[in-house]
Design a protein around this ligand. Structure first.
Ligand code: GLY
Ligand code: MN
Ligand code: MN
Length: 438
C-alpha cells in the first residue's frame, strides 16, 4: 500500500461503484518481464490497478463488481511458493491480502479459470484493457463468444468491452492530498538531486556519469528510482527530445540538457534544466536560453483555475516566436508564423502534459473540441524548449543548441503552486550554481 491510507483506495472504489451501472471492472497488475534469460526487470504495478487496490503484486487481477448500493472487490493473487520465497523473500498469504486490502474474496491466481467466469455472468458489459493480460482476455473473449452462440433467451450475456480509462482517467486527473504529498516529494528530491549532480558537470565527463549522479541523488533521498529514463543530452544530443543513450562525453562549450524525475511511491517528478558544460553560456546559447526562459516564466504565470490549458501553450508559443523573430531565425509576422505553425521546426512538442502516477499522466486535454479548463488538484508540467538540430543549416550560429526548461505545477484554489526547490532558471543564477558546486 506504500504508506497510503487504506481508506483512500476504498473511497476511490466507492466512486467507481457509483459509475459502474451494473457493469464489472477488471484490472490486472501486469507481469514481471525478463531483462535477459532468468534475470528480471524490477516490477512496477499497473497504475490503474494500484490506484484502486493499493496492491503491488505481479500477475494479480482485481474484479470490482457492483453489489446493491455498494460493491465488492475480488482479488486473484499468486499463491505463496515457499521454494521461490527462499530466493526472492517472504510474501503475504491470501488471507492477509483479504484483510489488508479490503477484498470480500481473495483467490489464488491459479484459480482464475475456475472462478472468474462466474464473476462476470450477470453483466452485459465489462471494463477491461484489451492487451493487458492474455489469460484474463481469453476468458472475457470466451464469454463474449458464448453470449453470441448460446445465450438463453431472457438472460444477460456479456456483449461488450469498455476501456477502464473511461471511468478512471477523469478520477486520476484530480489529485488528492496524499497524491500531492508524493508528487511534492518526488519534485523536491528531483530538484535537490539536480543541484548535487552539478559537481560532475564538466568537460570530459560522460553523459552517463551525470545520469548516474542524478539517480544516486534520487535513491539517496528515498525515491524508488526514476519515473522514466533519464535524459542527459550534450551538444547536439540536446536536440533529441527523448534521448536516453547518454553515451557521449561532454565537451567544453557544449550545453547539456538534463531531463529527469524521481519516482516516489509510484508518483513522478519531471524536471528539465539546461547547463553550459564549461560553466558559462556562449552568446548564442545565452540568446536562445533567454527566449526559452521568458516562455517558461510567462507560461507558469498563466497557470490558475479557470485558465484554459491551450492558453498556457499559446503564451509559450507567442514568447518563443517573438524570440525567434528577434534572433533572426524566422521572418515575417508573428501571427502568420503561429497560424502556419512555422515555429514547430524549432519547438515540435506541446508545453504541458498531466503528471501523476504516469509521467505522461491520464486525463483528457480536450472536452469536445474545447481545450480543457484548469481546476484545483490538476498537476501539469510547463516545458517550453527550442531545438536547432544539425539539419537546421539555415541557422548556422545556433546549430546543435537544444534548450528546454521544465517545471511541475499544481493548480490550487488561489492560483498555482510551483513544485520542487525552485531550481535556478536565469543564466546568471545557473552559472552561479555551477560555480558553487565546484
Ligand atoms: N520527460 C519527458 C517529458 O518531459 O515529457
Ligand atoms: Mn521531462
Ligand atoms: Mn515533461
Amino acid at each position: 500500500m506504500l504508506g497510503f491510507s487504506p481508506n483512500l483506495f476504498w473511497e476511490r472504489r466507492k466512486t467507481v461503484f457509483s459509475k459502474l451501472d451494473e457493469t464489472v471492472l477488471v484490472l490486472t497488475s501486469g507481469s514481471i518481464r525478463n531483462k535477459s534469460r532468468d534475470t528480471e526487470i524490477p516490477f512496477r504495478p499497473d497504475s490503474d490497478f494500484f490506484y484502486l487496490t493499493g496492491v503491488c503484486e505481479p500477475d494479480s487481477v482485481a474484479v470490482l463488481r457492483p453489489n446493491g448500493s455498494d460493491g465488492d472487490l475480488i482479488l486473484f493473487i499468486p499463491s505463496r511458493d515457499l521454494d521461490k520465497e527462499r530466493w526472492t523473500g517472504q510474501r503475504m498469504g491470501l488471507e492477509g491480502f483479504k484483510e489488508e486490502y479490503g477484498a470480500v474474496a481473495v483467490y489464488g491466481r491459479h484459480q482464475l479459470e475456475e472462478y472468474f467466469p462466474s464473476l462476470i455472468t450477470n453483466t452485459d458489459k465489462i471494463h477491461f484493457r484489451i492487451g493487458s493480460d492474455q489469460r484474463v482476455q481469453d476468458l472475457i473473449f470466451a464469454s463474449l463468444k458464448a453470449t453470441r452462440l448460446y445465450k438463453p433467451r431472457g438472460e444477460k450475456g456479456l456483449q461488450g468491452v469498455l476501456d477502464p480509462g473511461c471511468i478512471l482517467d477523469e478520477m486520476r486527473l484530480f489529485k488528492d492530498d496524499e497524491e500531492l504529498d508524493r508528487i511534492r516529494r518526488a519534485t523536491q528530491i528531483t530538484s535537490e538531486s539536480f543541484c548535487e549532480m552539478l559537481k560532475y558537470c564538466s568537460p570530459g565527463t560522460g553523459e552517463w556519469e551525470l545520469a548516474a549522479a542524478l539517480e544516486f541523488g534520487f535513491r539517496k533521498r528515498g525515491a524508488s528510482g526514476t519515473a522514466y529514463p533519464t535524459i542527459v543530452g550534450s551538444g547536439s544530443n540536446s536536440c533529441v527530445l527523448h534521448y536516453s543513450d547518454n553515451s557521449r562525453r561532454m565537451e567544453a562549450g557544449d550545453l547539456v540538457l538534463v531531463d529527469g524525475g524521481a519516482e516516489v511511491d509510484l508518483y513522478a517528478g519531471d524536471i528539465t534544466r539546461t547547463f553550459p558544460v564549461s560553466g558559462s553560456f556562449t552568446p548564442p546559447q545565452k540568446a536562445v536560453y533567454e527566449v526559452v526562459q521568458r516562455a517558461h516564466r510567462s507560461a507558469i504565470d498563466e497557470v490558475a483555475p479557470g485558465a484554459v490549458l491551450d492558453s498556457i501553450h499559446r503564451v509559450a508559443v507567442s514568447q518563443l516566436v517573438e524570440g525567434l523573430l528577434d534572433l533572426g531565425v524566422l521572418e515575417g509576422s508573428a501571427e502568420e508564423i503561429i497560424d502556419k505553425r512555422a515555429y514547430k521546426k524549432f519547438f515540435p512538442h506541446q508545453t504541458s502534459h498531466w503528471l501523476g502516477l504516469d509521467v505522461h499522466d491520464v486525463g483528457d486535454y480536450f472536452v469536445g473540441d474545447q481545450s480543457r479548463t484548469l481546476q484545483p488538484g490538476m498537476v501539469l508540467t510547463v516545458e517550453p524548449g527550442l531545438y536547432f538540430p544539425r539539419l537546421s543549416e539555415d541557422v548556422e550560429e545556433f546549430c546543435g543548441i537544444g534548450i528546454r526548461i521544465e517545471d511541475d505545477v499544481v493548480v490550487t484554489e488561489e492560483g498555482s503552486e510551483l513544485l520542487g526547490l525552485s531550481l535556478p532558471v536565469s543564466t546568471g543564477d545557473v552559472e552561479s550554481l555551477l560555480e558553487d558546486q565546484k
